[in-house]
Design a protein around this ligand. Structure first.
Ligand code: FRU
Length: 482
């Protein structure tokens, strides 16, 4: 197929060429956000996994770096995390240099063929030059597989109350917690979730972290799963509860989703970011990630999001909002106040210099059924809206362009509105071939890809004739395209 540079995102990371999936080893150190990622540098489809590497001062402008980890005799380099070992508990530090330590899964394809269920083991690598180059530990693996088919994606945190490292590991249909004084010797603490949450697929890429709400600390456990997501295929569920260094106890057994759209998977949070909890996912879905019509690369990350907790009724929910750093790349735009949207309102006529990489914010004092339609002269359209009767947000990409590459791609996807206030607000982030919806201060989130064959240059607001918009703002987002 012909190259399709128009699908290249500007402020979401995508590799210059070839395949990427999960974000890995996200760690902030000395002013730099490190993003490693599942990378296959020889093709535009999944293959023997490496850790690619990119760095950013702000999570919005990215620079791709040389590959950090290559496959070796123990296997491919699957997903995992990285920490700053400030106290040099690992002993990897030399001459006072603080080690960054990556904890990842070695996936051994030869062992896998033997069917012993011991092909996934946890290993270490460390960096003594602030993340630039990495050395694998010579006694890998550090956590051996007891015979569990899916035994992977270690996410490690420093648990200050117990002065120890805690590893959250995806172990097929549950999470297993381990702890260690030095990142090398691991003891099993407990298991969670075999009979809780969504189990439409295998559990992968977990994360565990504290968040404060009204002065009280709660623990959030993120569990990605594939398939079994809320709109089919890959999805990200989470639990809110308590963690005592050994056991995670959920406050509620309801299944909750961090993102309802089809295209946010394997997301976890950065380590070493102080009081900010920053999340980023892979903006795709295993149902069609190997087929999407981009070239010479395949797949990108979601926008970085800041997480918080919010209480609604008896439930605590995770909220995700685009990070404030996005404001750095927002161009002067258009703000419209107090419009009553008739059946059709031609928004493109009001917005100066509209492009395909922008943010659109809307707030209203009262809920009403409405939609935003992006379309082009070929009759392609992407519809994003709120349906008051169903109390749902939705994104419909059925007619938004190319979809023939997978029967799973076209469709209308929905998400419940969780907020109970009459006021509502929406932030939409567009980046060439994706839209991310953050509704009601980030209580309902949807990420969605789309591939128009021509730019969707017409924007129309639709309502039943009674939608009073308090404020609507449009701004192009301009980050350098690599
Ligand atoms: C999730 C995942 C992980 C695994 C990696 C392999 O998308 O399947 O569980 O470590 O991708 O690339």
């Amino acid at each position: 197929p012909a190259p399709t540079p128009q699908y290249r995102p500007a402020y979401h990371f995508s590799p210059a060429a070839h395949w990427m999936n999960d974000p890995n080893g996200m760690v902030y150190y000395q002013g730099t956000y490190h993003l490693f990622f599942q990378y296959y540098p020889e093709a535009m489809v999944w293959g023997p996994m490496h850790w690619g590497h990119a760095t950013s001062p702000d999570m919005v402008t990215w620079k791709e770096q040389p590959i950090a980890l290559y496959p070796d005799s123990l296997g491919y380099i699957f997903s995992g995390s990285a920490v700053v070992d400030a106290n040099n508990t690992s002993g990897f530090g030399k001459n006072g240099q603080v080690p960054l330590v990556a904890i990842f899964t070695h996936h051994n394809p030869k062992e896998e063929k033997k069917g012993t269920n011991k092909h996934q083991n946890q290993s270490l690598a460390y960096s003594l030059d602030a993340g630039k180059t990495w050395t694998k530990y010579d006694k890998n693996p550090v956590l051996k597989n007891p015979g569990i088919q899916d035994f992977r994606d270690p996410k490690v945190i420093w648990y200050e109350a117990g002065k120890k490292w805690v590893m959250t590991l995806a172990t097929k249909d549950r999470i297993t917690f381990y702890s260690s004084p030095n990142l090398k010797d691991w003891s099993k603490e407990s298991e969670f979730g075999q009979k809780l949450g969504a189990h439409g697929g295998v559990w992968e890429c977990p994360d565990l972290f504290p968040l404060t709400l009204n002065g009280k600390t709660h623990w959030v456990l993120i569990v990605n799963l594939n398939p079994g997501g809320p709109n089919g295929g890959s999805g990200t569920q989470y639990f809110v509860g308590n963690f005592d260094g050994k056991t995670f106890t959920p406050a509620s057994t309801d299944t909750k989703w961090a993102d309802y759209g089809p295209d946010d998977y394997a997301g976890v949070t950065w380590s070493n970011t102080g009081n900010r909890r920053l999340f980023l996912g892979w903006m795709s879905n295993w149902e069609y990630a190997n087929q999407v019509p981009t070239s010479p690369w395949r797949n990108a990350t979601t926008a970085p999001r800041e997480l918080a907790l919010q209480q609604v009724g008896s439930q605590m929910y995770l909220t995700s909002q685009p990070v404030k750093e996005l404001a750095k790349i927002a161009q002067p735009g258009t703000t419209l106040k107090n419009i009553t949207v008739p059946k059709q309102y031609d928004l493109s006529a009001k917005v100066k210099n509209a492009g395909d990489k922008f943010q659109l914010k809307l707030s209203a004092a009262q809920l009403a059924t409405y939609s935003l339609v992006l379309s082009n002269s070929k009759g392609e359209e992407l519809v994003i809206g709120y349906d008051k009767k169903a109390n749902q947000y939705y994104i419909d990409r059925t007619k938004a362009g190319q979809s023939g590459f997978s029967s799973k791609f076209a469709g209308r996807h929905t998400a419940p509105r969780l907020a109970t206030t009459p006021q509502t607000n929406l932030t939409l982030l567009f980046d060439a071939s994706s839209v991310e919806l953050f509704a009601d201060q980030g209580l309902t989130v949807m990420s969605e890809l789309f591939f128009p064959t021509q730019i969707l240059d017409k924007m129309t607001l639709r309502s039943e004739g009674n939608f009073a918009v308090r404020e609507l703002s449009y701004a192009n987002l301009a980050a350098e395209v690599k």
